[in-house]
Design a protein around this ligand. Sequence first.
Ligand SMILES: Nc1ncnc2c1ncn2[C@@H]1O[C@H](COP(=O)(O)OP(=O)(O)OP(=O)(O)O)[C@@H](O)[C@H]1O
Ligand SMILES: [Mg+2]
Length: 266
Amino acid sequence: MIVNFGIDWGIDKTMNKLEKFNVLKEDKRVNSFVPETRCMTEEHLWELLKKYGAVILKPVEGSGGRGIFCISSEANEAFGVQVKLRKEVIASKDIYSYLTREILGDFTLYFPSGEVSEILSETYLVQYRIPLAEIDYRPFDIRVMVQRKNGSPWIVTGKLAKLANSGYAITNVNLGATILAIETALQRSSLNHLSHEALLFQLDHVALWAADQLQRQDPNIKVIGFDMCLDTQGKVWILEANFTPHDYIFLELEDKTMYETIQDYK
Ligand SMILES: Nc1ncnc2c1ncn2[C@@H]1O[C@H](COP(=O)(O)OP(=O)(O)OP(=O)(O)O)[C@@H](O)[C@H]1O
Ligand SMILES: [Mg+2]
């Protein structure tokens, strides 16, 4: 059963978030840049929490940061749970039932627990929560636009950084993230000591490999807006592949060259 709770998620028609991660995982070139991701069951939640100490829950057909839960271990057998600006501490033994109730609300009251678990596993994913590199204690991630024309290979047409709004753990623009030129972000970040050229080169290559792999599943895609990030050590990760990315965020950069390149490539 799939429910959408009456919400119009900005859905990519061909594959949901979990399916895209599964496709990316199958590619040897990008496999190590994809965070471990599972459908949201109690078993998978505990497996990833024990392994990483921090996970993120996302609706498989969500967008704009809606319905995202950031979870990290705390002292005394408890977890910190953050949704937008709201932070709560939940005892370990209650974490699965707490999240189920938060996500499915009244559903949990009227449906048998087996069915509630099934709905949750079909509508949410649980993923390793990457410690994002920061600027002034605010995490940032990176939008990498890749495009192709019929018969031509994929190329990177734009890159920028999204710096989380103050107090937020996620970097969505509709939640007040600030757009920065990628060079500015690297310079101001905790990763300034690393070679910017090498980081940018890796971001481009991983995005191009990932686009190539996704195109095998969906031969019609011409544009992908990857949400990528660097972790606190400078390792590159793929957070998400958007098949209908907004390009207006590139207008917020002072230099409009990337925006124009993106338009030219349509
Ligand atoms: N595995 C992760 N670890 C740490 N932070 C993450 C992770 N995945 C996502 N985030 C943060 O959450 C934000 C939103 O995640 P994601 O892009 O997957 O969903 P969305 O924005 O709701 O979907 P869409 O991009 O389709 O609008 C990311 O931009 C990033 O800031
Ligand atoms: Mg996103």
